[in-house]
Design a protein around this ligand. Structure first.
Ligand code: NDP
Length: 524
């Protein structure tokens, strides 16, 4: 697959003008995937305006009509599945099975939205308390245009999922995919077109950080950002200038806690997968393991046995593919070198499979100093530090030590104890006897705390992020004057004091007190 002619996003650049171009390379062998013209920053607000003009019609549809049209996304994905997989594999270097997982997750998410979006938009009656003669409702309204900025590690899933949520929420979308994986982002625009959605409702802008910043400043109604914590800060600073609300899905340093009563066969298998899936480049990868000392040696033995069976390389049929960007590889190698210098032991791995490749062997570290950067800062690579702890209290304490809080896992045969410990971990999600699987459940809200960001994707909470509430009140009595309107008189005072007593004391007691007070003439 080699593309050289940029054909998306409104035909930029005009003929005769040389565009700035980004070159997309395959992490597996450095060959060219294609070249794409960068969308100039001044063009980005125009794209947002175009999306806004189309979105007005989209928002005016009944939710069930939008839903009917969005169902066609499934067919469009079905048609393009091999192309989507090829594109993800080409741009990221990940194994094909992991590319398929991205599509499964997107489809499941669309199914969730098809089932829930219409009900979500149904106005809800709200009790009116002591104003019993009124009716009140709350309804959800679309925001307008959502700017989606996505990273390269799950380039299709993390572009398509927030886009779908925004569309079901009645919004238009302008998406800025990572410059390392723009073709996976462009597929989102293609799929929307194939599904017959209004032209311009979903648009992709191409470029790096500058284009992302232009999108944040382009007058969108919300930014949905997925990426690193440092970039997240820059996004929030730019969004502050225009008071643009933002969801930030940022990095993590997820801990796994293995207790003395864990099923070690399952725990070791699950943790190895959770750490090395996508060559460790998952925001919710297991990035550190705390193992209670009684089972530490046995756990480590099982982990190493599983790792020995993994194939790492750049060709098809491996479990561990190349790292997607050279900068990410360099960072992980630096972190490893620092850890080793500080006294850590590399129990397995630690090198590239071949010095010329981007493939880092699955690596396990032990003997780490608790203050080591590799236990505190996100690695985002195939590295698993394993730490011996005295007991579960020490494990919980260490798990909560980093400024991140994306997700975590607890491994124990005692499910009740596992859940109790899960509630003590500072994280947006915690699995018991599993890792990462919570992301695959479309109804579960997903997001972090602390430096892992704020706001939620997935679930009903995801729909709430891309809509705003509108409160509606209807007077049902049609009387000429509400008792508390001007002019104020003894009757006004009596009524308000009665209302106060009624609400203070509550129920029948409150009602009697209010009536008694009014009969007495308003004095307590
Ligand atoms: P980055 O933060 O580098 O980039 C994310 C996106 O932001 C990219 O599209 C990038 O463009 C763009 N960008 C860069 N600078 C700016 C800017 N100043 N203003 C606006 N946009 C900008 O993250 P990575 O792509 O390297 O992804 C890895 C990170 O993402 C990890 O930290 C990982 O944990 C996190 N992540 C979080 C997830 C979550 O749901 N919590 C899920 C997946 C990943 P470009 O790439 O073209 O430079």
């Amino acid at each position: 697959m080699t593309h050289t002619t940029p054909k998306h996003g409104g035909g930029w650049p005009p003929s005769g003008m040389d565009p700035e171009v980004i070159r997309v390379l395959r992490p597996s062998d450095g060959s060219l995937v294609g070249e794409l013209a960068v969308t100039p920053s001044h063009e980005v607000p125009r794209r947002v305006e175009r999306a806004r003009s189309v979105q007005a019609g989209w928002a005016s549809l009944l939710p069930k009509d939008r839903e009917r049209r969005l169902r066609a996304l499934l067919e469009a994905i079905d048609e393009r599945t091999p192309e989507i997989e090829d594109t993800i594999v080409a741009e990221t270097g990940k194994p094909r099975a992991e590319a398929t997982v991205e599509i499964v997750s997107v489809v499941d998410h669309i199914r969730f939205l098809l089932k829930n979006a219409t009900g979500f938009f149904r106005p809800r009656r709200i009790p009116t308390g002591w104003m019993a003669w009124k009716q009140a409702f709350v309804q959800r309204d679309p925001l307008g245009v959502v700017g989606v900025i996505s990273p390269w590690n799950y380039p299709f899933m993390l572009s398509m999922t927030p886009t779908c949520t925004a569309l079901f929420g009645g919004n238009g979308v302008v998406l800025k995919p990572s410059e390392f994986t723009p073709y996976s982002g462009l597929l989102v625009e293609d799929i929307a077109r194939d599904a017959g959605l209004p032209e311009g409702l979903v648009q992709v802008v191409i470029g790096g950080g500058e284009t992302g910043e232009a999108l944040v400043r382009a007058g969108v109604d919300k930014i949905f950002f997925t990426g690193g914590s440092r970039t997240g800060r820059a996004v929030l600073a730019a969004a502050a200038d225009s008071l643009t609300p933002s969801v930030l899905e940022l990095g993590g340093k997820d801990a796994a806690i293995v207790l003395e009563d864990a099923d070690l066969a399952r725990a070791s298998r699950g943790i190895v997968w959770g750490a090395f899936l996508n060559a460790g480049q998952s925001c919710i990868a297991v990035e550190r393991v705390y193992v209670v000392e009684r089972v530490y040696d046995a756990f480590l033995r099982e982990v190493l046995a599983h790792i020995r069976k993994l194939k790492a390389g750049s060709s098809a049929g491996v479990e561990i593919g190349p790292m997607t960007t050279p900068a990410q590889l360099a960072w992980v190698e630096q972190q490893l070198a620092e850890a080793v210098e500080a006294g850590a032991t590399v129990v397995t791995g630690g090198h590239r499979t071949d010095p010329a490749s981007n493939v880092l062997e699955p690596t396990v570290l032990t003997g780490l100093d608790p203050t080591s950067s590799i236990l505190r800062e996100e690695s985002f690579g195939p590295v698993l530090p394993v730490v011996r702890v005295k007991d579960c209290e020490e494990a919980i304490h260490l798990a909560n030590e980093t400024p991140y809080g994306l997700s975590a896992s607890v491994w124990t045969k005692d499910r009740k104890r596992g859940l109790a410990l899960a509630r003590r971990i500072r994280a947006g999600a915690v699995c018991v006897n599993d890792a990462l699987a919570h992301f695959g459940i479309a109804g579960l809200p997903f997001g972090g705390v602390g430096e892992s960001g704020f706001g939620r994707s997935h679930g009903i909470e995801g729909l709430e992020e891309v809509t705003r509430s509108r409160s509606l009140l209807v007077d049902r009595m049609g009387i000429e004057r509400e008792p508390w309107w001007f002019p104020y008189n003894r009757g006004t005072e009596r009524l308000l004091r009665g209302a106060l007593l009624f609400r203070l004391r509550g129920g029948l007691k409150g009602a009697f007190a209010a009536i008694a007070l009014m009969v007495k003439g308003g004095r307590r």
